[in-house]
Structures are given as structure tokens and as C-alpha cells.
Ligand binder design. Structure first.
Ligand code: HEM
Length: 136
């Protein structure tokens, strides 16, 4: 898996990372209003930061599963109550990659889009699902 474009594009957001996460949730809820009810009424800075930190970890180490697995397993087990299906994970990944591309402008390339899709399909989603299935 080609992982440099993931770190590069995440870094290119600079201090716009939290803003990007906010825009991502806005789009996710606009497109899939049914997800809104699972989240707190107001997504506070703490939540956006946690999400940004997890994504930053993945951006840095997505090819080193040992480093990202413990965090993603924990996040996966925290998702157990929502009974998420593969389709939900796919929706999340699609909106995430779409909004990321819009925020990156010239920094966005086909290779970057491919790298993020691969990271979701091969690393992020499988590890979350593993965490959902087992106790962590
Ligand atoms: C690849 C897919 C997904 C990833 C990578 C992901 C990642 C995360 C992360 C990192 C957190 C913060 C965990 C923490 O507090 O430490 C979180 C929380 C949460 N996620 Fe997801 N998530 C995904 C899909 C979804 C989907 C599809 C839903 C749909 C309902 C969802 C609902 C939630 C909720 C309700 C919270 C808790 C919010 C809160 O109480 O602050 N997630 N997710």
C-alpha cells in the first residue's frame, strides 16, 4: 500500500485539520441524517480533536499495523452500540475522502485519493470491525 500520500495530504491541511473534521461531519449528517441521532447534540472541540488525533495517527503509521491497531480496536469497541454495518463504514470513508479532497485543492491527486481509500478498506475499517467484535 502506498502510504506517503496519506501523511502528505494530512500534513498539507496544516492548522485546518480540525476545521476539516468539522466540515466532514457537517457533510456526513447532511447526506446521512440518520447518523445524527447517535452523536451528542453539539460536537465539541474535544470530539473533533480526538477524531483528528486518530486520523493523524493513521496518516503517519497506516503501514505499521502494530502501531495503529490498539487505538483503532478501542475506537471500534466504542462503536459497538451503534450496530454499524459495512455500508455505514463505506459511507463514512466516502464522505471523508470527498471532503478531504475539497479542502486540499491543488494538493489533492488521484494517488492521494487512492491511498486514502486503500487505508480505509485495508486498515481502518478492518481494525474497527475487529474491535467491535472483540473486547478491548
Ligand atoms: C471508518 C469509519 C469510522 C471511523 C474511522 C470513526 C472514528 C471515530 C473516532 C476516532 C471517534 C472518537 C472516539 C473517541 O472518543 O476516542 C468516533 C466516535 C464516534 N463515532 Fe465514529 N467512526 C467511524 C464510523 C462511524 C459511523 C458510520 C458512525 C455512525 C453513527 C459513527 C458514530 C460515532 C459516534 C456516535 C461517536 C461518539 C461521539 C461522541 O460521543 O463524542 N462512527 N468515531
Amino acid at each position: 500500500m502506498k502510504t506517503e500520500p496519506i501523511a502528505e495530504t494530512w500534513d498539507a491541511l496544516g492548522n485546518g485539520q480540525t476545521r476539516f473534521i468539522g466540515a466532514f461531519y457537517e457533510r456526513l449528517f447532511e447526506r446521512f441524517p440518520g447518523y445524527r441521532k447517535f452523536f451528542p447534540h453539539k460536537l465539541d472541540a474535544g470530539h473533533l480533536d480526538k477524531m483528528a488525533q486518530t486520523i493523524a495517527l493513521v496518516a503517519r503509521f497506516s503501514d505499521e499495523e502494530d502501531l495503529v491497531a490498539p487505538r483503532l480496536h478501542k475506537v471500534g469497541s466504542a462503536h459497538r452500540p451503534y450496530d454499524l454495518q459495512p455500508r455505514d463504514m463505506h459511507n463514512f470513508a466516502t464522505v471523508f475522502t470527498e471532503v478531504l479532497g475539497e479542502h486540499l485543492g491543488n494538493h489533492w491527486t488521484d494517488a492521494a485519493a487512492q491511498a486514502w481509500h486503500d487505508a480505509f478498506d485495508r486498515v481502518i475499517i478492518p481494525l474497527l470491525e475487529e474491535g467491535e467484535r472483540t473486547a478491548h
